[in-house]
Design a protein around this ligand. Structure first.
Ligand SMILES: [Zn+2]
Ligand SMILES: [Zn+2]
Length: 136
């Protein structure tokens, strides 16, 4: 008996489109790997910065997920760069805006706020778990 995934599999001739699609996929994958390395290196720096003792209190999950999610067209010119990863905010990314009107990549700000509840730009404080529990 063959392995389950081998059953019903019909061998097919690769068309030019298949080859092309495969090539595009490979290029995307490679671009992603490069990107990933760069982000990783950057995050190491960010994490070192975040390890400073003043960066101890995470924001409450509740406050984090309720952050406003602006669309690309809603971002002002001043918000076009993410102060956490220092990359541009590009159309098609997901963003979150702090109540202080600073916007970041969703991934960046979520990661940041789980370590430090202060806005990386202006130190605006999101509620911590304790404060959240205390408010009605
Ligand atoms: Zn970012
Ligand atoms: Zn801010």
């Amino acid at each position: 008996m063959g392995l389950p995934f081998q059953q019903g599999r019909r061998p097919r001739e690769l068309t030019a489109e298949d080859v092309e699609a495969r090539e595009r996929k490979r290029q995307r994958w490679e671009a992603w790997l490069v990107e990933e390395k760069r982000i990783e290196a950057h995050w190491r720096e960010v994490e070192e910065r975040m390890n400073a003792p003043s960066y101890g209190v995470p924001a409450s999950d509740h406050a984090i997920v309720r952050l406003y999610m602006p669309r690309w067209c809603e971002l002002t010119r001043g918000e076009h760069r993410c102060a956490i990863c220092l990359e541009d905010l590009e159309p098609g990314n997901k963003f979150r805006r702090m109540p202080c009107h600073h916007s970041f990549h969703q991934l960046c700000i979520f990661k940041w706020l789980r370590i430090n509840r202060l806005c990386p730009v202006c130190q605006f404080a999101l509620p911590s778990d304790e404060e959240q529990a205390a408010s009605p």
